[in-house]
Structures are given as structure tokens and as C-alpha cells.
Design a protein. Structure first.
Ligand SMILES: Nc1ncnc2c1ncn2[C@@H]1O[C@H](COP(=O)(O)OP(=O)(O)OP(=O)(O)O)[C@@H](O)[C@H]1O
Length: 469
């Protein structure tokens, strides 16, 4: 399987362009002057009828069927639409960042250069909008990407959705966008790509959509704003607490800042971390810290380590020991190549299935590595042979073993020294008490496997062994 930078756009098989169909949707009559048109159109947003002079299109039949299923679904986990939109926004941001590596100009200046996601709640008009400063879509992109599905097996997929009723599959098949119709009955997508003017796509999920040049909204500069006109029964998505929780949940590995704005005009950064600066370069580290604190049903990781390696091979890494071993940790130890480290190159997400960064016995660790030295767009085979990788692996093992050793050293239960124990107990040691025993319980077997498999680090590993007395 090839590893591809997330930032690359997928190659789309050619598809027939959707048919143009005139006069679908309400056509207000008697429009005279331009300003009149603008006024009427602004009104139409609240009336939820499609813009009058827009070019109208029919959805590809499968898309139409899919939308029917979604809009009539009784599926209870409607929250997933936000996961899909955040993930699309993040992909779009990755794409522009990827292009900016070779051409800085594409980012533009001022706010345009801020690679971020904004979520806005307009309680009065019952609109939830998600905006990114990503790559954006041209008119042609809007028509193709949000009107057709280019993948083979689409009909079978739609069939499966209908029979299983499990709309969670939607993201896996790559049609996540349409899940917006779980919560909205009218959706506008406003988009500005560097190569085109700003356009609006809109649809009421009635088999048709419309696209027009946008003369109504503020210029976006670059990127996409998705406006969801919420259904009556989906008003809960205007509640900032609910939204904040959802954003936290779905932004686990999103390496761009997400800002949530409520109508009160209070700016809250979600997720926010008081002790971290939100320096752009640090975004993936930043998110990782949040992840450390908030995941695992509020159980903290047993230990973590965050470091920067300089010299020939430059990388940053966060490693941590989860609070519990996954149930299947040892089940297919020799067969599976499961890794829990995410690999980024220059902050572009590359893979979370790359198992060359740590030896098998350290598979229980989680975290991420962000390297400036590895090439961005390479196959797995090329990466495996890259000489930097050996250095990264060596340093990661060292840091991981140091981190585990420290866990023991800082645990008062581990200390034989009575005085030290007293001093430590008066400080913040309560949290650290018993942590090593917990670690040993969950991951002791991995240390034993390491002793067998890793001759270079055998002595270091031996110091981590514990025996029942
Ligand atoms: N915010 C956005 N900015 C730019 N392009 C977008 C955005 N949202 C969607 N698109 C375009 O529309 C296409 C269809 O989106 P959709 O969510 O249905 O599928 P996907 O993103 O390809 O797959 P997945 O849902 O698994 O992420 C995307 O591939 C992308 O080209």
C-alpha cells in the first residue's frame, strides 16, 4: 500500500457532468434592477428558496438516492456530520499548505494566510456554519465534487446504506459531505479558490442543486464556508456547549486551530490549552497535548514525553503510555504491524500505519512524530530505506525507555530510600504513587519481549523489570 501525503488530491475517475436543468426551484418573478436582485436574494436565504438566476443542475442518480436516505433517516447519531465537515476542512487546509511548501504566494497575506477553521452559530437565523481557509473550490469543483460520486461501487454502497441504516459508513466511502442533510434541510456552500471567483452552491436535497457567482456574501479571500440551515428538530446544534464538546471529540488529530463563535461574539478557541502557545509551527504538538489530557475517558496517560531532535535529522515527537493496554495488544503480536504513531512530515499528515518508527515491543506507545528531514511525497518502500529513519527510530526508543524509567523513579512506591520517600510524599507525589505498578501490570509483558528482541537496549530494559515478591 502506498503512503501518500494527505495533502495530495485523489485522482478522480472521469464522470459524466451532471445534466443542466432549467427552472428547478422557486423563481421569484418581477425582478428588475440589480440591487433589487441582491435584496431579493438576501431574503431568499431566510425563505430557503434557491437563488433565482443560478444555474441549476440535477444530482447524479446515486447522489440523489443517497441524499434521500440521509434526509429520511432515523439514524440517531446525527453528530457525525460535524466530524465529516471538520475532516473536509482539514483536508482542504492540508492541500493549500502542501502547495505552499513550493509556492509561498498561494497563501496570500493577512488573515488569508491563517490556516484555521471557524465554526459560527447564528441562533437568530438558525444557521450553523463551518468555514476554512483551505484550498477552496472553483465553480467546476463545486459542480463535480458536490454533485457526483466518482467512485466505483457507489450503487452497492448506497444499497448497503439503505439496508443497514448505518450512516456511520458515510465517511468511509468518501461521501461525508452529504451527511449535512441529517441536520439541515437547506445548505449553502460558499467557496473561493485562487483560480476562480467566489461561487455559491446550494441545495434543498430535492434532487437538484444550483451554482452561481457569489454577489451576496462577504468575500472569503480563500476557502470554503458551509452554511447549514438547521432543521427544526436539529436546533441542539446551536448550543455552544454541545458544539464545544463535539468539536473536542472530532478534532483529536486535526492539526489546525478551530475557533468557535457564538452569536454573543465570544471567541473561544476549541480545543484550548492554557499552558501552550498556539504558535502555528506547534499546532500538531499543541493538539497532541490536548489529546493527552482529554482522551481515555478522562483517565490520564501514565506518562508522556515531548522532545525535539536537532542535528542531521530533525524531528519533534510526542510519545505517551496510555492508561490501559488495548485488549488485543498481544493477540497477533508477530503478525500484525500495528503502530500507534502518527507520522507527519513538515506538519503534513503522512500516515498512521507506518510501523517502522518503533520496534514491535513498543507498539503500545502512542503519539506522533513530525520530521523536517523526511521527503514529503514518497512510497512506503522509499521511506523504509531512508537513512534518517534509523536515526529517528533509535532516538525514539531511547526517549521511550527514558520515559518509562522516569515513571519508576518518580513513583514513591518504587523508592527504597526512606528520606526521599518522605520528601516526595509532601510534594505532588500522590499522583505518581503506584503508577509504575500500574504500568507493569498493563505493559510488563512488552518489556519482557523487548529483553528478548532488542539486544542493544537489553540493559536498559532489564532495569525496568519487576518480579512478584
Ligand atoms: N471544505 C472543503 N474545501 C474544499 N473542498 C471540499 C471541502 N469539502 C468538500 N470538498 C470537496 O468535495 C469532495 C467531496 O467531499 P466528501 O466529504 O463527500 O468526500 P471526501 O472528502 O472525498 O471523503 P471523506 O468524506 O471520506 O473525507 C471532497 O473530496 C473535496 O474535493
Amino acid at each position: 500500500r502506498k503512503i501518500q501525503a494527505h495533502a495530495e488530491s485523489e485522482s478522480n475517475a472521469p464522470v459524466d457532468p451532471p445534466k443542466v436543468e432549467e427552472k428547478i426551484g422557486a423563481v421569484p418573478s418581477g425582478l428588475s434592477t440589480d440591487s433589487d436582485v441582491t435584496k431579493r436574494e438576501a431574503e431568499s436565504i431566510s425563505r430557503r428558496s434557491l437563488r433565482a438566476n443560478a444555474e441549476k443542475f440535477e444530482f447524479q442518480a446515486e447522489v440523489s438516492r443517497l441524499m434521500d436516505i440521509i434526509i429520511n433517516s432515523l439514524y440517531s447519531n446525527k453528530d457525525i456530520f460535524l466530524r465529516e465537515l471538520i475532516s473536509n476542512a482539514s483536508d482542504a487546509l492540508d492541500k493549500i499548505r502542501f502547495l505552499s511548501l513550493t509556492d509561498k504566494e498561494v497563501l496570500g497575506e493577512g488573515d488569508n494566510a491563517k490556516l484555521e477553521i471557524q465554526i459560527k452559530l447564528d441562533k437568530e437565523n438558525k444557521i450553523l456554519s463551518i468555514r476554512d481557509r483551505g484550498i477552496g473550490m472553483t465553480k467546476e469543483d463545486l459542480i463535480k465534487n458536490l454533485g457526483t460520486i466518482a467512485k466505483s461501487g457507489t450503487s452497492a454502497f448506497v444499497e448497503k446504506m439503505q439496508t443497514s441504516g448505518d450512516l456511520n459508513l458515510i465517511g468511509q466511502f468518501g461521501v461525508g459531505f452529504y451527511s449535512v442533510y441529517l441536520v439541515a434541510d437547506y445548505v449553502e456552500v460558499i467557496s473561493k479558490h485562487n483560480d476562480d471567483k467566489q461561487h455559491v452552491w446550494e441545495s434543498k436535497a430535492d434532487g437538484a442543486f444550483a451554482v452561481s457567482e457569489d454577489v451576496w456574501n462577504e468575500p472569503l479571500g480563500r476557502g470554503t464556508e458551509i452554511r447549514l440551515h438547521l432543521r427544526d428538530e436539529a436546533q441542539e446544534y446551536l448550543d455552544e456547549y454541545k458544539l464545544k464538546e463535539l468539536v473536542k471529540k472530532y478534532s483529536e488529530f486535526i492539526n489546525f486551530p478551530i475557533h468557535l463563535w457564538a452569536s454573543k461574539e465570544v471567541d473561544e478557541e476549541v480545543p484550548a490549552d492554557e499552558d501552550e502557545s498556539s504558535d502555528e509551527d506547534e499546532t500538531c504538538m499543541h493538539d497532541m497535548h490536548i489529546f493527552l489530557k482529554e482522551d481515555f475517558d478522562n483517565e490520564k496517560p501514565l506518562s508522556w514525553s515531548h522532545f525535539t531532535a536537532e542535528g542531521d535529522v530533525e524531528f519533534k515527537a510526542v510519545l505517551f503510555v496510555p492508561p490501559k493496554a488495548p485488549q488485543d495488544l498481544y493477540e497477533s503480536y508477530y503478525n500484525s504491524n500495528k503502530s500507534n504513531l502518527k507520522l507527519y512530515v513538515r506538519r503534513v499528515f503522512i500516515s498512521d500505519e507506518f510501523d517502522e518508527l518503533l520496534p514491535k515491543y513498543l507498539n503500545f506507545l502512542r503519539g506522533l512524530v513530525d520530521s523536517d528531514t523526511l521527503p514529503l511525497n514518497v512510497s512506503r518502500e522509499m521511506l523504509q530505506q531512508h537513512s534518517s529513519l534509523k536515526t529517528i527510530k533509535k532516538k525514539l526508543i531511547r526517549k521511550a525507555l527514558d520515559m518509562i524509567r522516569k515513571l519508576a523513579e518518580e513513583d514513591p512506591d518504587e523508592s527504597n530510600d526512606k528520606d526521599k520517600k518522605d520528601i516526595e510524599e509532601s510534594s505532588d507525589s500522590n499522583e505518581k504513587k503506584g503508577q509504575y505498578a500500574k504500568f507493569w501490570n498493563e505493559f510488563g509483558k512488552s518489556i519482557k519481549l523487548g529483553i528478548i528482541e532488542d539486544a542493544t537496549n537489553r540493559n536498559r530494559l532489564a532495569k525496568l523489570l519487576r518480579f512478584e515478591t
